[in-house]
Design a protein around this ligand. Sequence first.
Ligand SMILES: *Cc1c(COP(=O)(O)O)cnc(C)c1O
Length: 399
Amino acid sequence: MSKQIPAFCGGKPVRDTKLFYGHQYIDEADIQAVTDVLKSDYLTCGPKIGELEEKLCRITGAKYAVACSNGTAALHIACLAAGIEPGDEVITTPVTFAASANCALYCGARPVFADIHEDTYNIDPKSVEDRVNGKTKAVVAVDFTGQSAELDELQDICRNHKLVLIEDGAHVIGTKYKGRANGSIADMTTFSFHPVKTVTGGEGGAVLTNHEEYYRKLMLYRTHGITRDTALMEHEPDGSWYYEQVDLGYNYRMTDMQAALVISQLDKLQMFSERRKKIVARYNEAFSGLPQIAVQREIPESDTTRHLYILRLVLEKLKIGRKEFFDALWAENICCNVHYIPVYYFPYYQKLGYEKGSCPKAEKLYEEIISLPLYYAMTDKDVEDVILAVTKVAEYYSL
Ligand SMILES: *Cc1c(COP(=O)(O)O)cnc(C)c1O
């Protein structure tokens, strides 16, 4: 991997303007929805929250949904509802955003990292099974890039060992696993509505579940552990103003402006999903012809709405490494990114005693990947520019 090679291939860049890896799509209906809330009586805890929760249930088939401030808060209250406590272990993948593991730390538990399948990049149920011991309480499975994790296999493991299956579905909205929408399958599924995700509220998140017990707890943890439900109270109400704090919760509420935006965005989910699928199909078609590129394997069980497109380099066929390939794409104005640095590489995790080498397939993946632009508002020309740039760099540095 020569350092002398410049981080670009010469000639004119494939395009003059920068193309980023993700971007939200906001239309007039979205703007109107938010404006309507601003003119209404409720900016938070108003009618839009319930409306969003109903809509999420309708879309996914889940019985209950709890909207909250972001996807990280959703993971935190899901872990609390699962009863995760100090001394427990929670198994997750290192190929994810830090929040998928941090949620265990928030509860005083220890995240344990399982390795991935080398070709789908999702958590490998066999590796999960290997990591289960008497302390294990839950599995946080991430649907990496939007492709569903192998939920049936994971659910079997969880049933056999009495573990809670939490699906970090930050990438997965719009995907179906064996014909069922993700969100209605695991014990709890969390969504994120950050602007890079398929559907946005600026910030926002939700937990979906079919279990009433979890639902009640999620509602409590979202709002300080406070309830107005007399069935949950210790004492007789002093009067109709009365409420009780019966547990320690947080302020993880979503505003009505955010809820209105997510509701309006969900009207476009089908459209977003179709466009993303088209772009992914076009990328796959173009890159499967390049020996320098490996295409992510898709499992037939997942009808995938892709949140991320991962370009995996075949380094044996290239004169350069991932860093140089990445810089060369930027020089073409293709502003790619990398998802993800293995979580346990971070100094915070290293200080907690995690060591490199525990998930070799995930670590190898990290050396070889680049996230390409993928979002609804990309034009066909944008997509072809990305393909041109990748082809240009791959062929220029081909071995
Ligand atoms: C975005 C993301 C989160 C966190 O969601 P926020 O809404 O940003 O808090 C968690 N897990 C994964 C896999 C994500 O991509």
